[in-house]
Structure formats: C-alpha cells, structure tokens
Ligand binder design. Structure first.
Ligand code: ZN
Length: 118
C-alpha cells in the first residue's frame, strides 16, 4: 500500500497514518533489521521487540530480494484490537539496486517463533 503521511514539518517530520483506517495514532512495536552484502545468502538479522534482542542469520523474511531491509511493526489505535496485542501493520524499507522502496501492509499475527507472515 502507499504510505500516507500528514504534512511534513521541518525538524519534526511527518506523521504516518494507518493504511487501513487513516488514523494517525500508530504505535511501533517490533523492529527487524536485515543486513547482507549484495546477493549474499547469509547475513545478519536482528529483532528488537518487547525489551529483548534476538540476532540470527535468518534472512527468509527480508523485504529486499538482494540487499538490506527493515521491518517496523505497528498497531493502530483506530482499528487494531483494543488491548494493543496485535501489531498487524508493517512498514518495510527495502534496498533494490540503487533504489530504496518503502511500503506499508497489513500482516497476519506474528508466529510464535517470532517470524511474521507478510
Ligand atoms: Zn487503523
């Protein structure tokens, strides 16, 4: 989906809006970093979530097919479950050749092993 932002304000940035309902109260929860050299099958995967850090070599869910990628998970005050238990929106940033692609999607609930179905 097309990321939607409110107006940019110098030195503050622009507020990201929910891709589902348009509300501007998105809370980011989990962050995943995928790092590798171009086309390498192995690299570094770091998950920061819930006061924990996990590091492994699993690049399976890297949003970039060839290079580095980021995933930022959110829950929305407007349309996610009231208790904030489901961070079902994910923004991805993917390096592809010389370009950086930014996307935002709905995702199913994370699996118990920490991976996410996007
Ligand atoms: Zn929403």
């Amino acid at each position: 989906m097309q990321p939607i932002f409110e107006n940019y304000q110098k030195n503050a940035g622009a507020v990201l809006c929910c891709p589902r309902c348009g509300f501007n109260y998105l809370h980011h929860t989990r962050i995943e970093v995928f790092e590798r050299s171009e086309d390498d099958e192995k690299g570094t995967h770091v998950i920061v979530d819930n006061d924990k850090i996990l590091v492994d070599k699993n690049l399976e869910n890297n949003p970039s097919m060839r290079r580095d990628g980021l995933k930022i998970f959110f829950w929305c005050e407007g349309c996610s479950p009231d208790d904030g238990s489901l961070d079902d929106i994910v923004m991805t940033i993917a390096q592809h050749k010389g370009k950086t692609l930014v996307n935002i999607e709905e995702t199913s609930k994370r699996c118990d092993d920490g991976s996410a179905d996007t």
